[in-house]
Design a protein around this ligand. Sequence first.
Ligand SMILES: *[C@@H]1O[C@H](CO)[C@@H](O)[C@H](O)[C@H]1NC(C)=O
Ligand SMILES: *[C@@H]1O[C@H](CO)[C@@H](O)[C@H](O)[C@H]1NC(C)=O
Ligand SMILES: *[C@@H]1O[C@H](CO)[C@@H](O)[C@H](O)[C@H]1NC(C)=O
Ligand SMILES: *[C@@H]1O[C@H](CO)[C@@H](O)[C@H](O)[C@H]1NC(C)=O
Ligand SMILES: *[C@@H]1O[C@H](CO)[C@@H](O)[C@H](O)[C@H]1NC(C)=O
Ligand SMILES: *[C@@H]1O[C@H](CO)[C@@H](O)[C@H](O)[C@H]1NC(C)=O
Ligand SMILES: *[C@@H]1O[C@H](CO)[C@@H](O)[C@H](O)[C@H]1NC(C)=O
Ligand SMILES: *[C@@H]1O[C@H](CO)[C@@H](O)[C@H](O)[C@H]1NC(C)=O
Ligand SMILES: *[C@@H]1O[C@H](CO)[C@@H](O)[C@H](O)[C@H]1NC(C)=O
Length: 674
Amino acid sequence: MGWTYCVIWFLCLRWLLLESQPVMHGEVHSPQYPLPYLPNLLKQWDLWVPEGHQIQLSLTHLDIKASSGCYQDSLTVLYDQKVVGKFCGQENSSHHPGKVPILSQGNRLTLIFQTSDSSAELQQHIGFSATYEAIDVDECSKSDPGPGSLPLCSQICINTPGSYHCSCHYGYKLHLDQRTCLFSCGGNIFEQHAGHLSSPRHPRPSPPFLSCKYIISVDPRFIITLNFTDNFHIDSVDTQQGPSCQHHWLQVTIPDREPMKLCGGKSPGLIATNSSSVILDYHTDDEGLSHGWSLDYSTNVTITYLHKYVINVWLSCLIEVTSIIYTFFLSLANINISLFCSSAVNDCGEPEPLMNGGVTFLSGFQNQYRSVVQYHCNEPFYSFPGGVNVSLTCKGEGKWTSNTNNVTPTCIPVCGQPTTLISTYQRIIGGSEAPDNTIPWQVLLTIDGIRVGGMVIADRWIMTAAHDLTHNRKPVSNETVRIYMGRTDVKSLMGCPVLVGSIHIHPEYNNPNGLDFNNDIALIKLQDTITFNSSIMPICLPAEGATYITGMMGLVSGFGIMEIYPPRITKKLKYVQLPVVEQDTCRESVKKLKKTRNNLPSLTDNMFCAGVPEGGKDTCLGDSGGPFALRDDGQFWVAGIVSWGVDCGQQGRYRVYTKVTNYLDWINKTMQEN
Ligand SMILES: *[C@@H]1O[C@H](CO)[C@@H](O)[C@H](O)[C@H]1NC(C)=O
Ligand SMILES: *[C@@H]1O[C@H](CO)[C@@H](O)[C@H](O)[C@H]1NC(C)=O
Ligand SMILES: *[C@@H]1O[C@H](CO)[C@@H](O)[C@H](O)[C@H]1NC(C)=O
Ligand SMILES: *[C@@H]1O[C@H](CO)[C@@H](O)[C@H](O)[C@H]1NC(C)=O
Ligand SMILES: *[C@@H]1O[C@H](CO)[C@@H](O)[C@H](O)[C@H]1NC(C)=O
Ligand SMILES: *[C@@H]1O[C@H](CO)[C@@H](O)[C@H](O)[C@H]1NC(C)=O
Ligand SMILES: *[C@@H]1O[C@H](CO)[C@@H](O)[C@H](O)[C@H]1NC(C)=O
Ligand SMILES: *[C@@H]1O[C@H](CO)[C@@H](O)[C@H](O)[C@H]1NC(C)=O
Ligand SMILES: *[C@@H]1O[C@H](CO)[C@@H](O)[C@H](O)[C@H]1NC(C)=O
């Protein structure tokens, strides 16, 4: 049976995954210590502590036969293939490092213990014992980085265990190089209808290495006019074609127009932008000197909008009655129109943020009376239940009102629609490697180190087989379960496990002797919610009353064994396509087998079979607990969970899957109550 090979397969796996890791401390001693050591030994230890640490090695005991220059028996300490020390003798001899521990320069150190055959005569020296520990390197205190080179951090250096990071004084922020501090400037969005902007420290010289961005963005019915003051000075380089903005410049970007680079000593004065948004980028480097610039901007309403605007203002005046007097001055063709009314434009405040979605302003003053915003979900991974976007309008009483009744909608995950489809479904028996993002619901579970499969069915739920999650009739503890997802190659997949919140075995699963696989289904609730993207997406649950038609091709996937003899474990996610088998055919096949074998599980109506009658080498593929997916209307849904089987790929024998449609109520109830 499939699982009987798990033992072999799992041992191989443990071995494959075994890789040495740096440690924080440890102990080494000569072979047989504290018994006398043997002649003709050559033994090496490679000590390794985490990056950003040094190794402090302390010899707790040394008793090596003394010889001149330790040429006979010795303990040699090497760093980077260079000898740090060669020791022999006893505590007080001249070849002993003394009480001072040895400090490595880097995070590795090699120890070699060598004995000669001249110690063949009975000797009582017992060798050495030593302890070592990782010592944090204080990168910040490494004083002089050498002439001409830059300090580690341009302002503040903070040492942390194993590393360091740079920080900046108030008013500065860390540059992308993570060491230089830049003057923090700009970054503001100016939304008022008039305002004042100036370069940092204006009119004193601008700091070097500035990259300041200022955005003026007003109601689209208004246009912006910039009025630079006379006090304008941006360093320029004189060339034959005139002054050129090489080191310092102020770039003015107006939508749909070529950006303008300004520099020199003459103020540009008025710039009529004919636009409701302008972006200013002020750049300086460490050459040249600029005293900077300052400007006032104002806005006036465009003719086309005036008519509509007046009506809107009047409407809001009529509807809203508050004690504040609000005045609008509209200047057009030298006529001032003043509107007074006993009304305030109400502020609805920021619309609630939407998980896995966002808000877009469609029209109006931001968050104010009559402005309209639209919620949208992060497609194609999330959508609104009805599939339409939700718009909110800021109505009276300062409240957002929705076009549907749902004021804060929720984005629900899209299931069963991978962003990439496997292009050729080969009708082959034998696994193919699954391309990235084609089976995004597949998860790899390890239970006490044993690999099994599972699938994502909701943003906090994994489904798998019950037999994987029980041990001695009890659910395994949640600490022994590791869940990995989002990659198709095992090596990068095993990076960071998702944490288990709770385990839910089907209450009627009862399989004390490994002979009763009825109700082989279990759910795992995760501690945290997963955010879906192209590499992690849920598979759909079956629709109520979904049918399993004989011959329908299902997609089985997993990281499990590829071959039984000899056991080989896949390094990549594999898939195979297998047809649903008639229940009677499968029942016959199990019945036939039972005649020749004792101890076979029974086929129940909570199970179905898939496979090809002729058998095949790799029909074993797919770890238990993994998905058997069918596709309808462009959506994959989980029809089965890999449960059990008799041998692998043998003629007339099929794999048996848990029939998921029979458990919709239980799944629904479990997910709702937990
Ligand atoms: C080493 O020298 C100290 C004094 O210098 C002495 O007390 C100690 O016993 C000596 N140890 C050995 C192993 O000879
Ligand atoms: C521009 O600003 C100056 C003061 O710096 C002011 O005298 C002038 O009237 C302004 N121009 C316009 C058109 O607002
Ligand atoms: C201002 O922009 C509008 C359209 O955005 C255009 O119709 C109009 O001609 C522009 N006016 C000037 C002075 O460029
Ligand atoms: C907007 O105001 C500027 C000066 O403040 C003026 O030059 C421009 O003609 C005005 N434009 C409109 C459309 O009123
Ligand atoms: C328009 O109103 C402004 C601000 O009240 C005032 O300074 C300006 O003189 C007025 N212009 C006319 C033409 O009345
Ligand atoms: C919903 O809004 C987003 C972004 O505003 C847009 O890309 C998408 O087409 C809209 N969907 C529908 C159904 O209107
Ligand atoms: C772990 O398992 C126990 C028992 O099933 C459960 O009560 C607990 O909430 C689980 N979760 C965590 C995070 O320990
Ligand atoms: C999807 O999200 C996971 C976890 O947040 C992340 O590791 C993975 O790189 C993401 N994949 C893509 C394609 O963005
Ligand atoms: C699951 O429960 C929800 C809420 O009670 C219900 O609307 C839905 O139809 C149920 N689904 C199934 C498959 O039972």
